[in-house]
Write a protein that binds this ligand. Structure first.
Ligand SMILES: [Zn+2]
Length: 255
């Protein structure tokens, strides 16, 4: 065997390998170079001539079959390219839809957060402290010889005559003498909470609706007290008294 036929055989094997892979991998793994090796592509009637011909003839013969193969491959590649383009188009559409959904969700969340903040702002704007320029002289739950039980309110110490204002909108449901509480006003707010304003020296509004900050009385020392102050009680839902300091803080008001 000369070097020419070896080269030819080598080239044919390369082509044969392509054909063999396409045809099911018949000769691809044989691993040795033999120019007389029958190749499996083309018409079987021509195989004998392949046996006896030189490498160049084998290349020419294989080339004809390769042409058919290439056309088939080109078709295949075109179909694959189309499929890839379609997949890419679909992926892009999905990405665009996802981005749109994300942007919509973000806008929705922002609108909800804005509405919530606005509602919170309005809610906080609806509540005010009952007295300006005060100091806290007694907290909720404290004990003293002055009280039959532990302290059920928060004491805002201020000079007699200082304006006492409704902490929120609502309606005055009670105004008058209340024994140890002295002169007292009870306001029922729109959320059902009642607020008590006690030890008043004067009741300046005894009935009707009130708005946040509207004056209803004046600080005094009526009832069971040692000095002038406003005793404020908070009864959520009209029930048991809670710590006004905490309740006011929850409504954005520091004492
Ligand atoms: Zn008190």
């Amino acid at each position: 065997m000369n070097s020419r036929s070896r080269r030819g055989g080598s080239a044919v094997l390369g082509v044969a390998a392509i054909g063999a892979v396409a045809a099911g991998g018949v000769a691809a793994s044989q691993g040795h170079v033999d120019p007389s090796l029958p190749i499996s592509i083309g018409d079987s009637a021509d195989t004998s001539s392949v046996h006896t011909s030189t490498g160049l003839q084998q290349v020419a013969h294989a080339g004809a079959s390769l042409h058919t193969q290439m056309i088939a491959q080109a078709g295949q590649q075109e179909a694959q390219a189309k499929a890839r383009a379609e997949a890419a188009r679909r992926a892009a559409a999905e990405r665009a839809a996802a981005a749109k959904a994300k942007a919509e969700a973000k806008a929705k969340a922002e609108a909800a957060a804005k509405a919530k903040a606005e509602a919170r702002r309005k809610f906080l704007a609806g509540w005010v402290l009952p007295v300006h320029n005060f100091w806290i002289s007694a907290g909720f739950g404290e004990s003293s010889a002055h009280w039959a039980t532990t302290h059920t309110g928060l004491d805002f110490a201020a000079p007699t005559g200082t304006a006492v204002k409704s902490i929120g909108s609502g309606r005055i449901v009670e105004a008058g003498w209340a024994n140890a509480y002295g002169y007292r006003i009870v306001v029922k707010h729109n959320d059902g909470t009642t607020s008590w304003y006690c030890h008043l020296s004067a009741i300046t509004k005894a009935s009707g609706t009130v708005v946040p900050g509207e004056q209803i009385g004046r600080v005094g020392a009526t009832g069971n007290v040692t000095g002038p102050h406003l005793h404020l009680e908070i009864h959520p839902g009209g029930g048991a008294a809670v710590d006004p300091k905490v309740w006011l803080a929850d409504h954005g008001l520091r004492t």
